[in-house]
Design a protein around this ligand. Structure first.
Ligand SMILES: Cc1cc2nc3c(=O)[nH]c(=O)nc-3n(C[C@H](O)[C@H](O)[C@H](O)COP(=O)(O)O)c2cc1C
Length: 199
């Protein structure tokens, strides 16, 4: 059974005892399921030579599809590169593919997005970033590795994948079975006081 199913089971056992016990204190003392997932995710830059199943890919895409977007405009599209030909082409657009068996290309269409009237801020990239984040976290839940890649050539993506024309490419997400532990940056985060301030 996966680590996450174990945690869910554990929490549901706690629920059954809730009427009699110190449930709130127990929950406060341990990470939530989500926080465990968020801690588990790390940037993966080395993948095993194992293909992903259709079910794994479909779960990851579904997580992105479920993501919220401004005014529910959903100005996001994802292209899945996993054939040898598509992987060879995506490899020409970035040095950060790391041999992943699947690369998700995440795009957004600003014309379809909600725009804040007061200052004209277009939320398309924000919506795409949320969808991409959901997909990374679903990959983690499936015990897969992923990396958010911002370092790519968007013009080359458009040239090699004409179906992406008219879309802004927000990131590439190489996904696969991890073949490395978290890197040093993963443990480096701002202190809580620096991250958030009470007003
Ligand atoms: C917007 C964004 C762009 C990134 N671009 C790249 C990239 O092009 N290549 C890469 O190897 N990692 C990239 N990363 C991964 C970060 O370097 C990594 O998330 C950060 O160092 C923290 O490490 P962790 O993800 O293991 O916690 C990017 C991450 C984000 C959020």
């Amino acid at each position: 059974m996966s680590k996450f199913l174990n945690i869910i089971n554990d929490i549901s056992r706690l629920h059954h005892r809730a009427a009699f016990s110190d449930l709130p204190q127990r929950i406060a003392a341990k990470d939530s399921v989500f926080q465990t997932l968020a801690r588990e995710r790390y940037t993966c830059r080395k993948f095993k030579n194992t293909k992903l199943s259709d079910v794994e890919i479909s779960h990851i895409l579904e997580a992105g599809r479920l993501a919220p977007s401004a005014k529910n405009a959903q100005p996001v599209h994802v292209w899945v590169a996993r054939s040898d030909e598509a992987l060879e082409k995506i490899g020409q657009t970035s040095k950060s593919i790391y041999g992943a068996p699947v690369v998700l290309i995440v795009g957004c269409k600003p014309e379809d997005a909600w725009v804040r009237e007061l200052d004209g801020k277009n939320e398309a990239e924000v919506d795409a970033a949320i969808a991409a984040t959901y997909m990374m976290l679903e990959a983690t839940a499936l015990e897969l590795g992923s990396v958010w890649v911002g370092s790519f050539d968007p013009a080359k993506v458009h040239e090699l994948f004409p179906e992406t024309s008219g879309w802004d490419i927000v990131c590439l997400l190489p996904v696969g079975h991890p073949d490395m532990e978290p890197g040093p940056n993963h443990a480096k985060r701002k202190a809580k006081e620096e991250f958030a301030t009470e007003l």
